[in-house]
Design a protein around this ligand. Structure first.
Ligand SMILES: NC(=O)c1ccc[n+]([C@@H]2O[C@H](COP(=O)([O-])OP(=O)(O)OC[C@H]3O[C@@H](n4cnc5c(N)ncnc54)[C@H](OP(=O)(O)O)[C@@H]3O)[C@@H](O)[C@H]2O)c1
Length: 322
């Protein structure tokens, strides 16, 4: 089968289209014919082998799992003999982390792994990035214990995580402020942000307004910068781990009522991820949330897709079509 292979860490040029052996489903696995696969910021970091501590999991000198891509959407083509939850032809989506990559024609996934039926009303391209933006945003809003009527600020509201977080927070009944550049302001408001701030003109950390939850979905502002505009019991959330954030999390778990939190969504227990995927499937089918789509590339142009995503200005999600 065709797959995008990364044999050494580096710039997008390290990605190569190659023929590799098609995987075979083991007894408890399903073989998925992939139609669309994610290209995410996290996958760019995996390609670069950064941050360095990540190499403990990804391979010290070169990638341990050479096929790139984590999110997928496709159709089940074959079943292991013990599989009971899925049938051939089922349309599914999910994630494969630390194993077979999804920028390929096929992937095998354990039937009790991170896999779910695709929402009926969305395309494969829209389903493939759900495990990046929507799943992570849901996880973080749950960690922040966002409640109806609370004020939440989402920094990076035009990104994959941010655009999902705006929609989910609005659905949960929070008053949403989205922070993005001017060119994205109108559609971020349409997603459910009551207020939209242009980060090139307004520094939200200097406002008088206080927020119960600040989700810095792009990791651009630190807890120290944000704590001034958090309410007394306010929570700062960031999906981007740094030494500073680690320090703030430890310190704030002991002292002070304002908290700083991080979570690595992809490594949460699989039953928890599956239950969140089910919740998201319901929300997609009820048209409460949608995947904001920026660009799609043919699989062969995965390096081009990485180049674009690396710039840090995509709108929502980018996928490769297989
Ligand atoms: N911890 C986890 O579980 C987890 C899971 C998935 C991803 N992540 C991480 O989460 C981060 C965000 O991922 P993502 O895919 O959502 O990012 P993304 O889509 O690449 O973010 C791009 C967006 O960021 C906006 N942006 C750029 N500079 C900004 C600034 N200074 N202030 C506010 N917005 C700015 C851009 O808006 P403009 O074009 O308008 O500037 C663009 O729309 C990545 O670092 C990723 O690795 C963590």
């Amino acid at each position: 089968m065709k797959a995008i292979i990364c044999r050494r860490y580096g710039m997008p040029d390290v990605l190569q289209l190659q023929e590799i052996e098609k995987p075979v489903a083991k007894a408890n696995e399903v073989l998925v014919k992939i139609h669309a696969a994610s290209v995410t910021r996290a996958e760019g970091m995996m390609r670069r082998g950064s941050p360095l501590f990540g190499r403990l999991f990804m391979g010290i000198t070169k990638p341990k799992y050479p096929v790139t891509g984590t999110g997928f959407a496709g159709e089940i083509e074959a079943l292991g003999e013990q599989v009971t939850q899925f049938q051939i032809g089922d349309k599914v989506f999910g994630e494969s982390v630390f194993g077979l990559g999804t920028n390929a024609e096929y992937v095998v996934v354990a039937e009790d792994g991170v896999i779910a039926f695709k929402p009926k009303n969305i395309s494969y391209a829209e389903a493939a990035p759900i495990c990046d933006g929507a799943l992570t945003a849901l996880n973080f809003l749950q960690i922040g214990k966002l409640k109806k009527g609370q004020r939440v600020l989402i920094n990076g509201a035009a990104g994959s995580l941010g655009s999902a977080a705006v929609q989910l927070a609005h659905y949960f009944g929070a008053e949403v402020t989205g922070v993005c550049s001017d060119k994205n302001a109108a559609w971020v408001a349409d997603l459910g942000a009551a207020t939209v701030l242009n980060y090139q003109q307004t520094d939200f950390t200097q406002l008088e307004q206080k927020y119960d939850v600040i989700f810095d979905s792009v990791g651009k502002r630190s807890f120290s910068e944000c704590k001034r505009v958090l309410t007394k019991q306010g929570v700062y959330l960031s999906p981007v781990l740094s030494c500073g954030l680690l320090f703030d999390m430890i310190l704030r778990s002991i002292f002070g009522s304002k908290k700083a939190k991080f979570s690595a969504t992809g490594v949460l227990p699989v039953p928890k991820l599956r239950s969140m995927l089910e919740q998201l499937r319901t929300l997609f089918e009820a048209d409460v949330i949608k995947s904001v789509m920026d660009r799609d590339y043919p699989l062969e142009q995965a390096a081009e897709a990485h180049r674009y995503v690396d710039q840090g200005h995509k709108k929502g999600n980018v996928v490769v079509m297989v």
